[in-house]
Design a protein around this ligand. Sequence first.
Ligand code: ATP
Ligand code: MG
Length: 410
Amino acid sequence: MTRILIVRYGEVALKGMNKPYFERVLEGRVKKSLGGLAGADGLKVERRGGLIVISGAGEVLPVAESELIRRVSRVFGVASVSPAVRLESRGLSDISAAAVAYMRDVLEGDGGNSHVKTGGGPVSFKIYAKRSDKSYPVTSPELAAKVGEAVLDAFGPAVKVDVKKPDVPLTVHLRVGEVFIYDEKHEGFGGLPLGTNGKGMVLLSGGIDSPVAAWLMAKRGMRVEAVHYHSYPYTSGRAREKVEELAAILAGYCGAFRMHVVNLLPAQELIAQHCPEEFMTVLVRRFMMRVAELIARPAECTMLVTGESLGQVASQTAESIFVTDAAAALPVMRPLIALDKTDIMDLAREIGTYEKSIEPYEDCCTVFLPKHPATRPKLKDVVAAEARIPDRDELIKSLVESKEMLTIQP
Ligand code: ATP
Ligand code: MG
């Protein structure tokens, strides 16, 4: 009997012809997620019968299971993770004995398995029998009944059966050549393995929304790069550090990535000087799009990604988004477009960016903020206003040329 970690994949399992490719990438991502972990050299990660199985050389895993679970459940494409025991003998009495031993661990809190909280009295359990090897001569109900009986015999009044809401939902998974027994399931985020869906350039501010947008795209398998705009010296060095810290949290999910940092102040000053105040915001956003696109193309990003949500602020009305969108030829992904702010905040909390995002530092958008931004700008009016800015193409080129590039590490 050896302890293992079972890794299930969600949508990857639904893939048709391309499934082996997705599985291979996912396996690679799972391996990578264990990098730098003391003892990880002794781990074997392999694809086996529709699952990824992590095992060690001996009976126990050479790395703390809680840390393995934490890391692997964050890998995009992973639906859930279960610490389990594996036995090679599929005889009924061996399975029963293993289930009893597993239950003993649960009850006595051995083997790091003291996760069951009961209010005293007998611990309830239910045996879930699962048979992916249909040639096994015992049916699932028979198997469950046999194993349940063995557990009741072994523990007497310390346990009881509860088929509705058991404290210990003990699963016996019968597979070709092996049996897995487990009772815990840690949910992952699902999605698709990183690297299976191209690369996008995220417009990353220090706010709540854009990190969530980046995360959602990465969850669909898209690698990301980021561009961040500041208005130094109106915005501080500390504001910029905050964005780097935020980016580092994202890198915890999608690995190291490049971040391009651009000072947008020259553009903002010219817009303020030449254009009607009410168009300030939408014009700045058009410059952001253009600069992002120029950085995106050589970086082989085929999409831009923003954290906009319909109607959230003046620059995110349908009309403003239309005018902003017209500035760039690359498709602009807005994964938050239909989400409420409260939902976005919940997601930010879940992925761990929220606390950093709400640190109060100024953003470049707050510089030259118009008193009454146009909420329904017309494209032709905005384009006419923009035309008053001299040498726009040169300006955009010089903004791109003056950018800095950082590599963000988790
Ligand atoms: P966020 O919470 O992401 O800052 P927001 O609600 O503040 O969004 P806006 O300020 O209108 O909304 O920005 C909309 C989107 O434009 C952001 O989600 C982000 O993708 C991009 N953006 C805004 N400011 C910056 C910036 N300083 N650098 C890079 N991108 C930015
Ligand atoms: Mg913002």
